[in-house]
Design a protein around this ligand. Structure first.
Ligand SMILES: NC(=O)c1ccc[n+]([C@@H]2O[C@H](COP(=O)([O-])OP(=O)(O)OC[C@H]3O[C@@H](n4cnc5c(N)ncnc54)[C@H](OP(=O)(O)O)[C@@H]3O)[C@@H](O)[C@H]2O)c1
Length: 257
């Protein structure tokens, strides 16, 4: 029996990871801020799949919260085999419209927590000669689109660099770059989504299935949908100035309304 720890497990992409990994027979450590919701999720997954689901309440925007998850990941008596760094959020508004404190909170959750939790998980995994880390980034990492995309670009660069450094150790690291996924993400940030074309929306369960297949294949970067793979191919070739304009139109309109 292996154990997976998922941050941001109670909703959206994290909940899809929890469903899939529980169905595959993995024990889980579920991390988020809402204890009641975590307990309900743990009970449901235990009852449905017969796995052990542990609840760890932690706010990854705080040192205390990150420290609590680091402590769990480095507990050698209860090894964690797979870490899914998924917790994240968006701030509504363009650069300078968002208070600096909120921007810093985003960097804490998207970058500092990801760095510290990956490092805590990987050290014992390397000793055992096996393990995996999935860091949830975004296709926004590849387009010049504000501080959210910048934080996710950090996640991609960090993860692929670390994957290279750990090659041959038995530990796999992969950055996962979804496009738009129907979750609580946009609603939580009070972002309207009416202008996002229907074809751009992805299903969280299919996304997770494709991501885990990519991890098993040893990929360090996963863009798990043919539509977005094509789109990102075009993005690579397009001038960055033009990209900024196009993405501002399709994406950023879901900012201030
Ligand atoms: N949805 C999209 O279109 C999309 C696209 C690309 C990438 N992503 C990325 O996918 C990841 C998951 O997003 P989602 O769309 O599934 O969002 P979601 O439905 O809003 O879920 C976010 C999860 O993260 C937890 N969380 C948020 N802030 C936290 C904090 N400070 N500490 C601990 N847990 C926290 C939430 O639970 P609590 O509130 O209880 O803490 C919840 O479980 C994020 O990293 C996001 O940037 C999303």
């Amino acid at each position: 029996m292996t154990t997976a720890l998922i941050t941001g497990s109670t909703s959206g992409i994290g909940a899809a990871f929890a469903r899939r990994l529980a169905a595959d027979g993995h024990d889980l450590v579920l991390v988020a801020r809402d204890t009641k919701r975590l307990r309900e999720q743990a009970t449901e997954l235990h009852d449905r799949h017969g796995i052990e689901a542990e609840v760890l309440t932690a706010d990854l925007a705080t040192d205390e919260g990150i420290g609590a998850v680091e402590a769990r990941l480095t507990d050698r008596k209860r090894p964690v085999d797979l870490l899914i760094n998924n917790a994240g959020f968006g701030n509504k508004g363009q650069y300078l419209e968002v208070p600096l404190a909120d921007e810093l909170t985003m960097l804490k959750v998207h970058c500092e927590a990801v760095l510290r939790l990956t490092s805590a998980a990987v050290a014992p995994m390397r000793e055992r000669g096996r393990g995996g880390v999935v860091n949830v980034a975004s296709v926004a990492a590849f387009v010049p689109r504000g501080t959210y995309g910048a934080s996710k670009a950090w996640v991609v660069q960090f993860t692929q660099g670390a994957a290279r450094d750990l090659a041959g150790s038995g530990v796999r690291l992969m950055a996962l770059c979804p496009g738009f996924v129907r979750t609580e993400f946009h609603e939580r940030a009070d972002m309207g989504t009416d202008n996002i074309p229907k074809w751009m929306w992805l299903d969280a369960d299919k996304l997770v299935a494709a991501a885990l297949a990519d991890l098993a294949r040893g990929k360090s970067l996963s863009i798990p949908d043919p539509r977005y793979k094509t789109l990102m191919g075009v993005v690579k070739l397009a001038p960055r100035g033009l990209l900024g304009g196009v993405t501002a139109k399709t994406g950023r309109k879901y900012g201030p309304q």
